[in-house]
Design a binder for this molecule. Structure first.
Ligand SMILES: C[S@@+](CC[C@H](N)C(=O)[O-])C[C@H]1O[C@@H](n2cnc3c(N)ncnc32)[C@H](O)[C@@H]1O
Length: 186
């Protein structure tokens, strides 16, 4: 699609930033589209950590990875992304992505929550390797999403060690999703 949606743009831009063998994190695995993308670009020698708070999402992601022959490259964690530093076990990732909101096809009442999201983003910024990338797709169009998106934007903008850009569609009927793309200083 042109112009690309935030997720498409993220994949396009991340492709050239992640090298084969890298360690990367998907902090909201969902249905596994982003996790599968990361597993492909990190390659056979790469490692992906994918986290989701819902068992349904972990199962959906595992099934996608199996069907695409990518399961061996990914460690799945059923839990909250506020614990991502523990899950990463002291390793520093090249990139961490958050695709906020609810699980498509799942319970739309289970959404990422501002307080958890900010705590997880703080941890993510800390463990990222120098010059690593933090990417967040925000969905201000659903209940609670606008407050979360604004808080995330303010939080990332306040990170002195990061340089951040914001990309989104114009003139949508309801607030459109947008991508925050941020590089930690090297
Ligand atoms: C928009 S979906 C993610 C889409 C996914 N990246 C994909 O490619 O299909 C958002 C996900 O965040 C998850 N989530 C919500 N709160 C969470 C938390 N505290 N920790 C980890 N995952 C969470 C939801 O369960 C949901 O699956």
């Amino acid at each position: 699609m042109f112009p690309p949606r935030p997720t498409e743009l993220l994949h396009l831009l991340l492709k050239s930033e992640i090298a084969a063998g890298d360690f990367v994190i998907d902090a909201t695995a969902g249905n596994g589209h982003d996790t599968a993308f990361l597993a492909k670009v990190a390659g056979e020698t790469g490692k992906v950590l994918a986290i989701d708070v819902q068992a349904q999402a972990i199962e959906s992601t595992a099934a996608r990875l199996e069907s695409e022959g990518l399961r061996d490259r990914v460690k799945l964690h059923h839990g909250c992304h506020t614990n991502l530093a523990d899950f990463a076990g002291g390793k520093s990732p090249t990139a961490i992505i958050f695709n906020l909101g609810y699980l498509p096809g799942g319970d739309h009442g289970v959404i990422t929550r501002t307080e958890n999201t900010l705590q997880a983003l703080e941890a993510a910024s800390e463990i990222l390797r120098p010059a690593g990338i933090l990417a967040v797709i925000c969905y201000p169009g659903h209940d609670g999403g606008g407050e979360e998106a604004a808080a995330v934007e303010d939080f990332i903008a306040s990170l002195a060690t990061h340089r951040t850009a914001r990309y989104g569609m114009l003139a949508a009927e309801k607030p459109a999703p947008f991508l925050l793309l941020s590089r930690k200083s090297g």
